[in-house]
Write a protein that binds this ligand. Structure first.
Ligand SMILES: [Zn+2]
Length: 201
């Protein structure tokens, strides 16, 4: 090999290496770029904060509320996209608990995981969205997404019941409806109801 051909060979090698490198780059770029782009493009998650002087709440109540809300919010974020900021209060005058579409939950006589999942459903539109009643006929939900989701769980003949405030099955309306499988199904039902209601925010 003359020195000239060596030079050319190394140049070719360099060119090939360059192509190979850019091919590798092209392949690895999207995942590499993700950490910088995902915070801007990733849909907002469900979050909550305590409001109304939580320092003055009885410590045991605050602890139980935080524990229930942490777990419930995590399950919603694990199984759906619910971009909403929730505020949580301890309200001794509230017989059980209630959740409002404005994003507020008040815990009174009933504090726990199942209750938190259920009240989060209300803050996300279950029984509280202005269009909720439009989809109910003869005590049954007529929206296609929620019905399809229920039938995915329970088969083609499953009936989705709904009234002014609640739905069932999987509404987690009572403690006996709780449990891991029902909790995940509840979250997926809430997501499907939101699609029926046209909620995108
Ligand atoms: Zn309720």
């Amino acid at each position: 090999m003359t020195s000239r051909s060596i030079a050319r060979w190394t140049c070719l090698l360099a060119a090939f290496a360059g192509i190979a490198a850019s091919a590798v780059n092209a392949e690895t770029k999207p995942p590499a770029a993700e950490p910088t782009t995902s915070p801007a493009t990733k849909p907002a998650a469900l979050t909550y904060r305590l409001s109304g002087n939580p320092d003055e709440w009885p410590a045991d109540k605050r602890e139980r509320i935080v524990k229930a809300m942490d777990a419930a919010v995590a399950l919603y974020n694990e199984h759906g996209t619910f971009p909403k900021k929730i505020t949580v209060q301890y309200s001794p005058g509230t017989p059980t608990a209630d959740g409002n579409y404005n994003g507020n939950i008040r815990f009174g006589g009933q504090i726990g995981y199942r209750t938190a999942l259920h009240e989060l459903g209300h803050t996300l539109g279950i029984g509280t969205h202005p269009r909720w009643g439009e989809f109910i006929k003869d005590g049954k939900w007529t929206g296609e997404h929620a019905l399809a989701q229920l039938r995915e769980f329970d088969g083609p003949d499953a009936v989705l019941h709904a009234d002014r405030m609640h739905f069932w099955p999987y509404g987690l309306n009572f403690d006996r409806e709780g449990g891991d499988v029902n909790s995940v199904r509840h979250v997926k039902m809430v997501a499907a109801f939101r699609r029926d209601l046209g909620i995108t925010e």
